[in-house]
Each structure stands twice: as structure tokens, then as C-alpha cells.
Design a protein around this ligand. Structure first.
Ligand SMILES: Nc1nc2c(c(=O)[nH]1)N[C@H]1C(S)=C(S)[C@@H](COP(=O)(O)OP(=O)(O)OC[C@H]3O[C@@H](n4cnc5c(=O)[nH]c(N)nc54)[C@H](O)[C@@H]3O)O[C@H]1N2
Ligand SMILES: Nc1nc2c(c(=O)[nH]1)N[C@H]1C(S)=C(S)[C@@H](COP(=O)(O)OP(=O)(O)OC[C@H]3O[C@@H](n4cnc5c(=O)[nH]c(N)nc54)[C@H](O)[C@@H]3O)O[C@H]1N2
Ligand SMILES: [Mo]
Length: 761
């Protein structure tokens, strides 16, 4: 990766998000990748009832009657344009470029080459990928899997773009082989939310619907999330909420443009005017300060209740539906304001004002994303958020509840379908019964455990259904080396990425259809289904001509591998020919999918049952919603060090880097930047614009990322921010969240060191 040539320009950060410029840029990008007519066809089918689900984020679609004709955002348009590009990567491309040569390119350049267009094989010791037929590719993969001394020497990774049908058949393949080694991107993403919510309310998902936000909530709290970039359509929902008088509080160490003000491109006022101010109260919380902040708010709510008994705490809800309140109340009483202030970086008045807003609101929703889940104490923080909601009975009624905002468009559905290294026994029982085999019961590897096992030589075959494992996971150098210990690495993918270049002894690239493309099988045109962040399941119909005649659907590839391995024992071929057959199996195995085919054929689809939302039932260990006591446990940062969080720029989708600008934060032309408080820079004798190395410290030694431009930025003292995936080399593999094993990508202890001056600069 040659980062030396980057010339970064830094401007004032933006004070509002979206607006006319976003519309102009998304159309420009679409036309340059797809041409005019393909652009129109593509963008007009996105998120429409008979069109395809946007492959970008998991934000829900409005109900069919409330959908606009252009139900997409700038970043969704980028995602489909990127997929629908006319450029192709096939045998001629790989003959020209060796793997070693491609390794020298950055993530943006790699994907920029275009769509993978035919199956490719890298033989042991070879320098170049060469074309291979589908039969031979699947045959080789099956042969290597069959030769394993133990099925647990195979790992099956899933990225959250896979459809329900593809995910279901993928977990079936792994379990038929005999392993639960099903790590997924969720392990690095909302795993902490799943763990904390399962523990406290008995379901690992959020409990609110889109209407709860747009029509009902009086107060919406947004923490650890940058919706202007990562869930832009959420801004329209927030705008609707504001227009009927809802208030918004946001807490974030970065004053993100989208949280401040929104210019709705669907309205003339939004295109031309100043837009809608979104946040009423902004709290510049310290990185990882949220547990202390919510504990402080809970303490302040109790104090208010003591002053005005019977008005703040929802005692009847607590008596009827919860346990553990007395212990939690005791813990809040004993907490000192000094500790809360130190850990949160906020002062008592700010937290009390927050609590007063809460006490004045009849219904409260908390939305969160990666700024909460990727810390050592993430699970505890989310439990404390649940405490906060339970105190005032803000769950299981309109306009109230926890709302983890999911990332990948179907990451939530993939979990529902069984992509999890520790699916509960009742699911495995039904799966075994449906297909007539005994699924393995021993838990498998999650993402971090899979990397450790590969590193330690315990894995022979790594199969990925999408994603970019090498670039997305922590400790990049360790992961790259770990991949090299496998006998075979296999990637089902749409575009070339770094994971295809850090391969096992042999490697296969299996090119698949994208979400936007027509999927023609033996019984005719197929659709797939997905589940959004709010548990709505709906259909997605590809509309575009496939990028190459050689592409196969993910379902067909996985089913083909199943048949190559086991013959037609489980009806692999019928499933690949007609996805209704898969949906029939899903109906029998997965809870909540009765009448699947009929209900998903309705415009807009259907919502999955969620006990807390539907009937205030909580399937926890005690059958009650559970208060918990969560020690503050603030991260100790040694003198002269900073806590680094790693974020997405406005011009990327995870490891897919569309471009080098981060418009809202004022960055142009480069990604190797580190945002630091001006006073911290001054204290360390570093000037804005200086080049620095980032050095992370951990028990096993130091890790270094070289050559970053220091940017003075309004973030609290002691905090810093940089972009993912460039900063992943700094995240120690063993630094993970307690209880969820999620890498702590948002709290890495680093120091800045002046970088050597480049010759010629
Ligand atoms: N365009 C686009 N859309 C995407 C993605 C993308 O890459 N590009 N990725 C998708 C995926 S997989 C996901 S998971 C989501 C991610 O969506 P986000 O979670 O919004 O993504 P990040 O860029 O990681 O932003 C984290 C936010 O949390 C803040 N933050 C960091 N640390 C803390 C903290 O300790 N406390 C608080 N309160 N805030 C903190 C950061 O300043 C930042 O605003 O987006 C999805 N949508
Ligand atoms: N430091 C740091 N690391 C992080 C994060 C962070 O905030 N900071 N965030 C984490 C999070 S939230 C997540 S979700 C993970 C993301 O981890 P992944 O899901 O593994 O990574 P992506 O970058 O989303 O994967 C991009 C690749 O997916 C392939 N692809 C795209 N569309 C399709 C498709 O339709 N089918 C198939 N088969 N392949 C397709 C393309 O080849 C593309 O190169 O990264 C995590 N890593
Ligand atoms: Mo994610």
C-alpha cells in the first residue's frame, strides 16, 4: 500500500448533511460507473416494492404508501453504482497482474478495477490467478473439505450482505459438514448489542419500528452513531419526528454534520434552504464515556424521583415486568459525581439537563451503533442503556425502546437464519429434523477465535460468503499471516479485494451476482428476502442484466458446493433451482416465518415477532426484563497517550473505499489522517498538518501505522479518530469486548510520534 503520495486538503467541517450537493454527487457517480440509461433503471428500482433492496445499510423502508420515487441516499447510490459498474476483472486481467503486484495497491484501487467476471484459481506456489471452470472450482473445494481430518478445521465466514436464502443454505452446508464455525461480520459489529439485549430483555434485536421514530417518540437519543454518512435515510425519519415536535439528544466525541442539521433532498426547502436543525442537545462525550453518562442520567433520574415522588420512575412497570431494580438503584446512589464526570468527560449539569429532558418525555428511544458496541465494556454500556429505558418503562409501548441501528443490509437476517457460531439447541433440533441429519452441538469459532485458530495452524479451509476478512478484522498483520496457514481459501465475491490476495496455499475466487442483478434459475426468475434493522422481512428482486454470463447467484454457488460434497442428499439442486424450496425449509426451521412465501409476497413484507415490543414479554433467564449493575470501568490512558476510535469516512462502505474525500469532516484527497484536539496537539508539540505515526500499545508490544496527517479537530481532550480499515493494524487481536468478543475498534490506546520527513517533500 503506497500511502506516501497522498496530498490531503483540510477544510472547515460541514454544518449540515445531504442537501443538493449530495444529490448532484450521487447522480454524477452513478452515470460515470453505469452510463445514463443503466443509472436511471438502477436508481429507480432501489427500495421500491418490486425492486431490489439497497445493498448499503440496514435502515428500514417506509411502508409502501409512504415511499417516495427516489427512496435512496447518496451512499446507497454509490453502493449500487459501484456494483453495477461496466468494468470487468477476468482471466486477462489476472494474467497481466500478479498477486504480489496487486498487493501493492490500496483498497480503493483494487475494487476500482471492476466486477469479478469468471471463477479464478490460484494454484500452490503460483504467482497469478488463472481461469477455472465452475465444475472444477467447486470440485476442488469439495475435495479439500472432504479430506479434512476434522470438520472443525473448516471456517465459513459470512458478511452481512448475503440474503436470507443464501445465509440459510450456507449455515446448512457448514452444519452438514459438521461444524458450527460460522463467524460473521456481526462479531465485529453489533454482537455486543445482541449479547446485552438477549441478557436483559430476551431478544437480541431492537424493539422499535420506523413509525415509533417518525410518529410517536417524544425524545430520540442518538449515541455512537453517524447517521448522516452511514444511515442517511434515517435523517428523513428524524426530520419527520422533529416536525411533529420530538426532541433529539446526541452524544458523540465528534460533532457529526448529519446530527446537527439536515437538508432533505426530497423537499425544495431542504435543497435550497438551511434545512432542519436536528439535535437539540449535543454532548461531546469522551470516547468510551457512555456507560458513565447513562449511569449518571440514571442517578439524576432517581434524584428527580426523590424530589417529585411518583412522577419519574415507572414503578408499576418495574413491579410487573422487571427484576434487579433495587440493586441497580443502590449502585446509582453510591456512584460519585466525580467518577461520572471523569469517565464521561461531561459535567454534572450537562447530565442533569439530559435527565430533565428525559423526565419530561413520555416516550424515549435510544439509537446506537458502532460508537457503543466496539469497546471493552460495550456489553455493560448497552445493559446500562436498557436500565435507562426500564426506569421509565420505555419499552414495549409506542415511541419507546432500544434501537441498535444495524450496519450491513441483511446482517440481522443472516443471524435469524442461523449464521452464528452458537445457535441455540432448539434451532439445531429443528434444522436436524427438517433435513434428517444431526447438526453439531459444540460451539464454533467467532471472528476473533477463527483468526487465532488460523494463526495457530488449526484451520485448513476458509470459505467466505462475501466480505473482506483480511481488511475488516483487527490486527491486520496477524490476520494476513493467519490466512497463509490455510490449505485453501475460497471467496464468493463481487469485487476484487485484499482478502483475495492474502490467501492460503491455494485459493479460489467465485464471482457472484449482486443484489441489483436479475437472478434466473431453472424454474425462472428468483427473488431473495432480507430483514432490516427493525425486523421487517421483505423481498428483493434484482432488475439489471447480470455483469457477466459466468456469474452465479450466492445460493447456486453454495448449493453447488453442497452437491459436490454430499451428492444430492439434502435436495441441494432443488433449492438452487427454486428459492421457494429454501423458503419452505426456513418456514419449518426458523421461528416467526409461518406462511413465509405468502407473507413475503405482500408489498412491504411482514414484521417478525419480538416479545418485548409485541406484548412486554421478556424471554430472559427469569422471564423478566433485567436491571443490572454495571461498574464504570473507565479505560486508563497513560500520560501522553490518546484513545483512538476508528470510523468510516463519507466515501466508503466498510473496506470498500469509493473515494478519498470525507466531505462532512472537511477532508479531501486522502485517508491517512488523525483527528486530535488542538490542545492535545499543542501539548505534544505537534502542529496541525504535521505527519505522525500512530503507535498502539498493548500487553504483547507495540503496533505502528505510519504517515498520518495530524488534523486539529473538535473532539474532547484525550480522544482521537482515524479511518478504518487503515488503522486496523493498530487493533490488538486480544483486545476485545467482555462478553461479546468484539474487537475494540473504538478504543485503542495510542501515542503519536513525529514521522520521518520524506525525501523530496
Ligand atoms: N455509507 C456507509 N454506510 C454504512 C457503512 C459504511 O461504511 N458506509 N457501514 C455499515 C455498517 S456495517 C455499519 S456497522 C454502520 C456503522 O455506522 P456507525 O456506527 O455510524 O459508523 P462509524 O463510522 O463507525 O461511526 C461511529 C460513530 O460513533 C462515534 N463514536 C466513536 N466512539 C464513541 C464513543 O465512545 N461514544 C459515543 N457516544 N460515540 C462514539 C464516532 O464519532 C462516529 O460518529 O453503518 C452501515 N452503513
Ligand atoms: N477498525 C475497525 N474495523 C472494523 C469496523 C470499525 O468500525 N473499525 N467495523 C466492523 C464492522 S461494523 C463490520 S460490519 C465489518 C465489515 O466486514 P466485511 O463485511 O467483511 O467487509 P465489507 O467491507 O463490508 O466487504 C466488502 C466486500 O464484500 C464483497 N461484496 C460486496 N457485495 C457483495 C455481494 O452481494 N455478495 C458477495 N458475496 N460479496 C459481496 C466485495 O467483494 C467487497 O470487497 O468490519 C468491521 N471492522
Ligand atoms: Mo457493521
Amino acid at each position: 500500500m503506497d500511502e506516501v503520495g497522498e496530498i490531503v486538503e483540510v477544510h472547515q467541517p460541514a454544518t449540515s448533511a445531504v442537501g443538493a450537493q449530495a444529490v448532484r454527487l450521487s447522480l454524477k457517480r452513478a452515470v460515470s460507473e453505469m452510463g445514463v440509461s443503466r443509472s436511471l433503471k438502477t436508481l429507480s428500482a432501489m427500495n421500491q416494492v418490486d425492486g431490489f433492496d439497497c445493498p448499503s445499510c440496514a435502515w428500514p423502508d417506509p411502508s409502501p404508501e409512504h415511499r417516495s420515487h427516489a427512496e435512496f441516499c447518496e451512499n446507497g447510490a454509490k453502493a449500487v453504482s459501484w456494483e453495477a459498474t461496466r468494468d470487468r476483472v477476468g482471466a486477462a486481467f489476472f494474467a497481466e497482474h500478479s498477486v504480489a503486484e496487486l498487493r501493492a495497491l490500496d483498497d480503493h484501487e483494487l475494487e476500482r478495477f471492476g466486477r469479478l467476471s469468471e471463477p479464478m484459481y490460484l494454484a500452490p506456489g503460483a504467482s497469478h490467478y488463472v481461469a477455472i471452470s465452475w465444475d472444477e472450482a467447486l470440485g476442488r473445494c469439495a475435495e479439500t473439505l472432504r479430506a479434512l481430518s476434522d470438520p472443525s478445521r473448516a471456517v465459513f465466514y459470512t458478511s452481512g450482505r448475503a440474503s436470507n436464502e443464501a445465509a440459510f443454505i450456507f449455515q446448512l452446508l457448514a452444519r452438514r459438514l459438521g461444524t458450527n464455525n460460522l463467524p460473521d461480520c456481526s462479531n465485529m459489529c453489533h454482537e455486543s448489542s445482541g449479547v446485552a439485549l438477549n441478557e436483559t430483555i430476551g431478544v437480541g434485536k431492537g424493539t422499535v419500528s420506523l413509525e415509533d421514530i417518525t410518529d410517536h417518540a417524544e425524545l430520540i437519543i442518538i449515541v455512537g452513531q453517524n447517521p448522516g454518512t452511514n444511515h442517511p435515510r434515517m435523517l428523513s425519519a428524524l426530520e419527520a419526528a422533529k416536525r411533529r415536535g420530538a426532541r433529539i439528544i446526541s452524544a458523540n466525541p465528534l460533532p457529526e454534520a448529519g446530527l446537527v442539521r439536515f437538508k432533505n433532498p426530497q423537499r425544495v426547502r431542504g435543497l435550497l434552504g438551511r434545512g432542519t436543525a436536528l439535535t437539540d442537545r449535543y454532548l461531546a462525550v469522551r470516547v468510551n464515556g457512555d456507560l458513565a453518562m447513562f449511569a449518571g442520567v440514571n442517578k439524576a433520574l432517581l434524584a428527580l424521583e426523590e424530589r417529585h415522588p411518583g412522577t419519574v420512575v415507572d414503578q408499576s412497570f418495574i413491579d410487573d415486568f422487571c427484576d434487579g431494580f433495587d440493586a441497580a438503584r443502590e449502585a446509582w446512589r453510591e456512584l460519585s459525581w466525580a467518577d461520572i464526570e471523569a469517565a464521561s468527560g461531561l459535567d454534572r449539569q450537562q447530565i442533569e439537563a439530559f435527565a430533565a429532558d428525559v423526565a419530561a418525555a413520555k416516550s424515549v428511544i435510544v439509537c446506537w451503533a458502532m460508537g457503543i458496541t466496539q469497546h471493552r465494556n460495550a456489553v455493560a454500556t448497552i445493559r446500562e442503556i436498557v436500565n435507562f429505558l426500564l426506569v421509565r418503562g420505555n419499552i414495549g409501548r409506542p415511541g419507546a425502546g432500544p434501537s441498535p441501528i444495524r450496519g450491513h443490509s441483511n446482517v440481522q437476517g443472516d443471524r435469524t437464519m442461523g449464521i452464528w457460531e452458537k445457535m441455540p439447541d432448539d434451532f439445531l433440533d429443528r434444522l436436524g429434523h427438517e433435513f434428517g441429519f444431526e447438526p453439531p452441538r459444540e460451539h464454533g469459532y467467532d471472528t476473533v477465535a477463527a483468526i487465532r485458530a488460523m494463526r495457530d495452524g488449526q484451520v485448513d479451509v476458509f470459505v467466505a460468503l462475501g466480505g473482506n476478512f483480511v481488511a475488516a478484522t483487527p490486527d491486520t498483520a496477524v490476520t494476513m499471516a493467519a490466512m497463509g496457514n490455510c490449505r485453501l481459501t475460497v471467496h464468493v465475491a463481487t469485487k476484487l479485494n485484499r482478502s483475495h490476495l492474502y490467501h492460503g496455499e491455494a485459493a479460489l475466487l467465485l464471482p457472484c451476482l449482486g443484489r441489483s442483478e436479475r437472478d434466473e434459475r431453472a424454474t425462472g426468475e428468483q427473488f431473495v428476502t432480507v430483514e432490516d434493522s427493525m425486523a421487517m422481512v421483505h423481498a428483493s428482486h434484482g432488475r439489471l442484466e447480470p455483469g457477466s454470463t459466468q456469474l452465479r447467484s450466492e445460493v447456486a454457488i453454495v448449493a453447488g458446493l453442497g452437491e459436490a460434497l454430499f451428492g444430492d442428499d439434502l435436495g441441494w439442486r432443488a433449492m438452487a433451482d427454486d428459492y421457494r424450496v429454501i423458503r419452505g425449509h426456513i418456514e419449518n426451521v426458523v421461528t416467526g416465518f409461518h406462511d413465509f412465501e405468502a407473507r413475503v409476497s405482500q408489498p412491504g413484507g411482514f414484521v417478525l415477532p419480538r416479545g418485548p415490543h409485541d406484548s412486554r414479554t421478556f424471554a430472559t433467564a427469569t422471564g423478566k426484563a433485567r436491571f443490572s449493575v454495571n461498574a464504570l470501568d473507565a479505560i486508563e490512558v497513560p500520560d501522553g497517550h490518546l484513545i483512538l476510535q476508528t470510523v468510516r469516512s463519507h466515501d466508503q462502505f466498510n473496506t470498500t473505499v469509493y473515494g478519498l474525500n470525507d466531505r462532512y469532516r472537511g477532508i479531501e484527497g486522502g485517508r491517512r489522517v488523525v483527528f486530535v484536539n488542538a490542545d492535545d496537539l499543542a501539548e505534544q508539540g505537534i502542529r496541525d498538518g504535521d505527519r505522525v505515526d500512530l503507535v498502539s500499545v498493548w500487553t504483547d508490544g507495540e503496533r505502528r501505522a505510519e504517515g498520518f496527517r495530524a488534523v486539529a479537530y473538535p473532539t474532547p481532550r484525550g480522544c482521537a479518530a482515524s479511518y478504518f480499515p487503515e488503522a486496523n493494524v493498530l487493533v490488538p487481536l486480544d483486545s476485545t469486548a467482555v462478553g461479546s468478543n468484539t474487537p475494540t475498534s473504538k478504543s485503542i490506546i495510542i501515542r503519536l510520534e513525529p514521522a520521518p520527513v520524506l525525501a523530496g517533500s
